[in-house]
Design a protein around this ligand. Structure first.
Ligand SMILES: NC(=O)c1ccc[n+]([C@@H]2O[C@H](COP(=O)([O-])OP(=O)(O)OC[C@H]3O[C@@H](n4cnc5c(N)ncnc54)[C@H](O)[C@@H]3O)[C@@H](O)[C@H]2O)c1
Length: 261
């Protein structure tokens, strides 16, 4: 098994959507990849098998990172499978929409734990080895909702704005060790996460899924196209490449002009 830490990456929430696309980008580039997400051991094995066509090794963890203990479990399983990762990509995230005055407390706690606190715990645990190696990359998959707000997304917006703030602190604290920290802030990306929102519009307005998708995207983005998960994967890879060494503390929108308004 390859255990070259300078080419090892942990991507949270990489069994699906954006995280999975990021994993493919890094694996194609030769990285050993730690796959992670809420999937069965059998699904994890199948995913590793799929990644065996790439040059680097692949490991899998199904740790639930909604708690500090779950994050510690993920760190331990990652070190066991691919060594200390030089690149950490905090991507796992969940969504729930409701007006703030009706927002259930358990949903608030869950979104803050998964979308924000896990990024802190994982960075805290992996940074010492990055600092010793004098190189590291932390990429937080935030959202345009880390830059602007939308109705009914109190917890999501709070978590993503928090993630952008955390990114800046990590960038400042670790610049002395050639470690960069950046946030990517996508608008609408075509993944399972946005399906319920598309289906809600279709149901409420009695339109087909295509019209509902166009309505969802066009309502916020001047450039009314969804971003592909692969585009986020390639941007994350660029941030680890030789031309991105001075990009740090940034929150990069990939949002069809949403946050330019
Ligand atoms: N899809 C979009 O339009 C969009 C836009 C902006 C930002 N984002 C962000 O991108 C990230 C990925 O979103 P996606 O659309 O690919 O979502 P997705 O639903 O396709 O995938 C989410 C991943 O997170 C994992 N996950 C969820 N809860 C977990 C937990 N408790 N423990 C461990 N893993 C858990 C899932 O297993 C899955 O692998 C999220 O942080 C999301 O907020 C998505």
């Amino acid at each position: 098994m390859q255990k070259d830490p300078s080419h090892a990456v942990l991507i949270t929430g990489s069994t699906s959507g954006i995280g999975l696309a990021i994993a493919h980008s890094f694996a194609r580039a030769g990285y050993a990849v730690m796959l992670h997400g809420l999937a069965t051991a059998e699904e994890g094995r199948a995913l590793c098998e799929e990644f065996s066509r790439y040059p680097g090794s692949a490991g899998f963890s199904s740790a639930d990172i909604a708690s500090e203990a779950g994050c510690a479990q993920l760190v331990a399983e990652t070190r066991e499978a691919i060594g200390n990762p030089a690149v950490l990509i905090n991507n796992a995230g969940v969504q729930f929409t409701a007006p703030a005055h009706e927002f259930p407390a358990d949903k608030w706690q869950q979104i803050l734990a998964i979308n924000l606190s896990s990024a802190f715990f994982l960075a805290r645990d992996l940074l010492p080895a990055m600092r010793t190696a004098n190189w590291g990359r932390i990429i937080n998959i935030a959202s345009v909702h880390g830059l602007v707000a939308s109705e009914h997304k109190a917890a999501y917006c709070a978590a993503k704005h928090g993630l952008v703030g955390l990114t800046k602190v990590l960038a400042l604290e670790n610049a002395d060790c050639n470690i960069t920290a950046n946030a990517i802030c996508p608008g609408w990306v075509e993944t399972p996460l946005i399906q319920p929102q598309i289906e809600n519009i279709a149901r409420e307005q009695g339109v087909d899924i295509e019209s509902a998708r166009a309505q969802l995207v066009g309502a916020k983005q001047p450039l009314a196209r969804t971003t592909s998960p692969e585009a986020i994967g390639e941007l994350a890879l660029y941030l680890c490449g030789k031309f991105a060494g001075t990009i740090t503390g940034a929150a990069l929108p990939v949002d069809g002009g949403w946050s330019a308004q």
